[in-house]
Design a protein around this ligand. Sequence first.
Ligand SMILES: [Zn+2]
Length: 392
Amino acid sequence: MTKGNGFPTPELVCPACDREGLVVAQSDWRCPACALEGPALLGIADLRAFDDPFLDNRTDSSFAAELARASQELNSIQLLDYFYNNNPVPVSHSQKIGELAHIEAAPLRARAWLEAIGTIPEQGAILDLGCGPGAFLAAIANPNHLISDCDQSQISDRLALSTRYFWGADVALRWLVVARKRLDELALGPEKVRLVCCCAERSPFRSKSFALVVAGDVFEHVADQPATLAESHRTLVPGGKLFLASPNRYSLSLEPHVKVWGVGYLPRKLMPLYVRMLKGVDFRAIRTLGIREWKRTLAESPFQGGEISAPGPTQGEIARFRGLKRILARLYRIALANPLGRALALRIGPLFHVVCTKADSSPTIDPEATRPRSTTIEQPATPGAFSQRINQ
Ligand SMILES: [Zn+2]
């Protein structure tokens, strides 16, 4: 409807001709250089190269359009409820409760993550890769939402959050519609936070766009982990950081996605069968790593390594726990205070935080030349994504 109008977006690169400056309108995007076009929803360009592992792109887009219509009448809390009541991906009641608690706790996580990240370059935007319903973006893009605490402003000032530009990316367009609603309600419109639907392994952003890429609870879901690291590296400015939070494969606690004990100790080929037998749910699209797998994966990436830690729960999180879980969480924090406890936590603790820094100068490597042109993605994209148009 609005062909030729819309925002010229220098950060977004054309999936066909690789030139910068896609023009994104409310319901479509267009490359001024090669005239390639594709769909958008609420100004969110659909630049996916292949399917969301949980839901094919066509079904996702159709549910996203339904959510966009519903969002005209509903507030973000009501929209989230609508999401769960009409979700094409079956979600149990306990899963829904767990996910809602996870969304609600985003400001607490945001603070812990930003503390782990330390400092970042002055120049460059911040990308939340796999932003889902936008809870982390809502917490950091408006520092007033970053939990009221005496050192809140220190974090905000150190990372210059009030003057940064933010991007949220996700492979699920349905989640981005919920995110847009939430962000707009907080007066964090496209002039402060832009959203794009894409794959982490084939990032639509131009090289050296970001001072910080944050991917929380995402890395275990991507189809190609090395390509995700390579693309994050390419899109960071020199000195920029990638932050990852991901569950430990060998955690002694329940596998957080499926609430099953001991999955990680099995050979990978047997994991889906084991989870299906116990819980009747799919585990094929989840790939958590242990500490040795993490070290190897990071060493082989363009970052050539990274800082891996096993974080304890924050005091705020402990306050939300009940009974035995609260006691265990307190004991875990105490154990982390000494080196032996920390070493043990890296083996069998529930979670990893990983911080990777892009070297300040890499004169021999042209970032464009290292862009993975084809990754080992087996699934073809469902028609509706841009690849269909390219292949025609
Ligand atoms: Zn183009």
